[in-house]
Design a protein. Structure first.
Length: 315
């Protein structure tokens, strides 16, 4: 299992997105897409750590994803105390205590299997007792010839066959790892061809262990990183979807000059909703939609280096 991956890659064309400081802005999803293709593993982890709990859309190379998972695996090996008990428990379940008897011969292992087999047989005997089969006397009549062709006299031989009711098969127990097939891998003769995907975009899925890893690797440094986090504008449109009238509600981290613009989904600006000072905290702006056609639209709020994009639907 990968601890960070993109289960549903984005199908949008990167070249059609609007470039910005983070990478690009996706008009369809109304999200900033981080471009990680030119960043190091530490830089990627910086951004992921600061955005834990929030969706982060990113553009990344498959080799970078593999490296992030490899770095996590290496860290886990160095900090394996938290995983040791689960690891030992798994081995005990699969192999039993015989795995740790490395100095003994194979006989104790066989005895262990025999003990398990005997236990199963005893459990079956508790349900239904089957007596051993009595010895069977079989008469075999033979009319064989000698080597010179002359007949031998008929002989009566007694064969005694005794069959017990307990039988135990001792052999190897092989655990084969599960192999997951890849649709993008083709084997032709002895050549292995793989469809090469240079970049993958989408929202990553991270395990709880990976989030803990991000936080623990920044233990004692996270506070100083948080001090450098830029203030952020938040906003929403209600009602959404809306018919002829809606309201934009924004929350400003600080007072300052700002601008609010309405865009079509293709990026064409329709009109300016507000320009001028915007107070700190919550503000509301009514928006008339009567002149708009049915569809999806974007509202972009600018203030200094801050920007927030809100998507809504006109019905």
């Amino acid at each position: 299992m990968k601890n960070i991956n993109i289960p549903e890659p984005c199908s949008e064309d990167w070249n059609e997105m609007t470039p910005n400081k983070k990478g690009a802005f996706c008009q369809k999803c109304a999200l900033d897409v981080y471009d990680f293709t030119n960043k190091s593993g530490n830089e990627i982890r910086d951004i992921l750590t600061l955005n834990i709990g929030s969706p982060v859309c990113m553009r990344i190379e498959p080799t970078q994803l593999e490296r992030l998972n490899s770095d996590f695996s290496a860290w886990k090996m160095e900090n394996k105390h938290s995983y040791q008990r689960a690891w030992v428990f798994t081995l005990l379940v699969v192999f039993g205590m015989t795995l740790f008897s490395c100095e003994e011969d194979e006989d104790p292992v066989v005895e262990k299997f025999q003990e398990i087999g005997q236990t199963i047989l005893n459990q079956e005997d508790d349900k239904k007792i089957i007596d051993p089969i009595d010895p069977v006397n079989v008469e075999v009549q033979s009319s064989a010839s000698n080597d010179d062709g002359s007949k031998r006299s008929d002989q009566i031989k007694e064969v005694t066959t005794e069959i017990g009711h307990e039988a135990l098969l001792v052999g190897k127990v092989v655990y084969e790892p599960e192999v997951q097939s890849q649709q993008d891998v083709m084997i032709i003769g002895e050549r292995l061809l793989m469809d090469r995907v240079y970049t993958t975009a989408g929202v990553p899925m991270m395990s709880h262990d990976y989030n803990a890893y991000l936080l623990e690797t920044y233990d004692g440094v996270l506070d100083s990183i948080n001090l450098s986090v830029e203030p952020k504008i938040t906003g929403l449109v209600y009602p959404n979807p809306a018919s002829n009238q809606t309201t934009l509600q924004i929350n400003m981290p600080k007072r300052g000059k700002g601008e609010i613009q309405l865009f079509a989904l293709n990026g064409q600006m329709i009109r300016t909703i507000h320009t001028g000072r915007i107070r700190k905290g919550e503000s509301e702006f009514p928006i008339d939609l009567t002149d708009l056609e049915t569809g999806m639209y974007l509202i972009v709020v600018y203030s200094g280096e801050m920007k927030e994009t809100i998507k809504f639907t006109k019905i």
